[in-house]
Design a protein. Structure first.
Lengths: 310, 134
């Protein structure tokens, strides 16, 4: 520092009368330098902390991306494997027996299986695109006048065989004439997701479905009596790529509930869950019956309401 | 005919049924299981397969758990296992080498490769192969 080079003694008179002003001036400079250095150090520490935070976020984002790639590749390969095997099998059968090896039933089965695998692939791709739209804030619904009672009845009718095969007896209590403005395709998607989860996680158990009007809202409660959701996973089940149980045990992208909640929010509503291990799970969908006026997008990021079942 | 029995453990019904049909077409006697637990039960039922085709990601008991259970039981350990794996995007087939499996086949499975692999564990040749695509 410059103070070390300042002459404190003059050649003629020993200590200079200007010493103290000089020292004062130099001390002031030192103080300013120190303050500046401290400020710099503080800024540097803050910047370092911010950089560490960003690095952590980046590492988490990379880990999430890798996890998504692993799950997505596995899920896409499953219908692709089935489709490829079916085509190769038919190729071998044709190679050995020619067209005579294919009767009408066999052809019908072959076409049905191929179409099912293609639909499964398309469904997976669509879910991934939805997750991307939600993440980018570009997820929208297209509401039109619809009957929620009919939507709910239609989806449960469509999945009736699967529910029966899973030995899930359904008890429905639906208030008639709950007509509002809903995106029927998207609302059906919510019920499809909840039914798929029931078949997957709660086979052999009854299911209760209730629809009622509560003020300006339609409230749907769907309750199963399966194993329930472990309490530690409960806060995360609406997150992307989350499942109620280990990813090694059950297949799926883990996007169904994430997309379902986004659909509910895009309608200005909510999707919530209550569950205790061993006591099943109860999902509640609340949708405004009247059309919402504001941008639907705003609702996706709205805070989640606490679900207190009546 | 020697060693024609194969145990196939795969949770996806479409893949399981089609693979079983492919192998049956080649004259193999195929036992199927929808998860690792069912596969263990089949083995304990003394079906003595010459080979086990094992999926990894299965409900109830995964392929990894099956391999662990097989390792601690000397009676079950003798059956060779070929893993059928949808190798994760961020891994390669080499990452599966620490598994206690003799071989692995990546999904989407190619029938030609499947039959060539099965052939290696059976004292017989399978029928004509058609597709050479990977």
């Amino acid at each position: 520092m410059r103070i070390q080079n300042t002459p404190l003694k003059t050649r003629s008179s020993g200590f200079s009368g200007a010493l103290f002003p000089v020292v004062g001036f130099e001390l002031g400079k030192i103080l300013r330098t120190l303050t500046s250095a401290l400020r710099f150090a503080s800024k540097e520490a803050k910047a370092r902390k911010e950089a560490e935070g960003l690095a952590l976020e980046l590492a988490e984002a990379v880990a999430a991306r890798d996890r998504f790639l692993d799950i997505a590749s596995h899920e896409l390969k499953t219908p692709l494997t089935a489709l490829k095997l079916q085509i190769q099998l038919n190729e071998r059968i044709f190679q050995r027996g020619g067209m005579e090896a294919f009767d009408a039933d066999k052809c019908e089965r072959m076409f049905r299986q191929s179409i099912q695998q293609c639909e499964r692939l398309a469904h997976l791709v669509e879910d991934m695109l939805d997750a991307s739209r939600i993440s980018a804030g570009r997820f929208f619904v297209a509401p039109r006048p619809e009957s929620l009672t009919e939507i709910l009845r239609r989806v449960f009718d469509r999945r009736d065989d699967e529910l029966k095969n899973a030995r899930c007896e359904v008890f429905m209590s639906l208030e008639e004439g709950i007509d509002g403005v809903f995106d029927a395709f998207r609302v059906e998607q919510i019920f499809e997701c909840l039914i798929s989860n029931i078949i997957r996680y709660a086979p052999g158990q009854p299911v209760e479905v209730m629809l009622r009007r509560r003020g300006v809202q339609a409230v749907v409660d769907i309750r199963d009596h399966g194993p329930g959701i472990p309490s530690e996973r409960l806060p995360m089940i609406f997150e992307r790529f989350e499942r109620a149980i280990s990813e090694n045990e059950v297949s799926g992208l883990g996007l169904g509930l994430h997309i379902s909640r986004a659909i509910a929010k895009a309608h200005g509503g909510q999707l919530s869950v209550r569950s205790e291990p061993g006591s099943g799970a109860e999902f509640r969908l609340e949708l405004p019956i009247e059309p919402i006026q504001s941008s639907r997008q705003a609702h996706i990021n709205a805070p989640d309401k606490v679900y207190i079942p009546s | 005919m020697k060693c024609t029995r194969i145990l196939l453990a795969e949770d996806n019904a479409d893949i399981r049924e089609t693979l079983a049909e492919v192998l049956a077409l080649e004259g193999f006697d195929v036992e199927t299981a929808a998860n690792g637990k069912e596969a263990l039960e089949r083995l304990q039922g003394d079906i003595s397969p010459v080979l086990i085709l094992l999926d990894l990601m299965m409900p109830v008991m995964s392929g990894w758990e099956f391999l662990d259970a097989q390792k601690v039981n000397p009676d079950l350990e003798k059956h060779p296992v070929v893993v059928l794996s949808a190798v994760p995007a961020t891994q390669s087939l080499d990452d599966l080498s620490p598994l206690d499996a003799v071989d692995s086949l990546a999904k989407p499975i190619d029938i030609t490769r499947l039959l060539q692999t099965v052939e290696r564990y059976c004292d017989r040749k399978v029928g004509p192969t058609v597709s050479q695509s990977a």
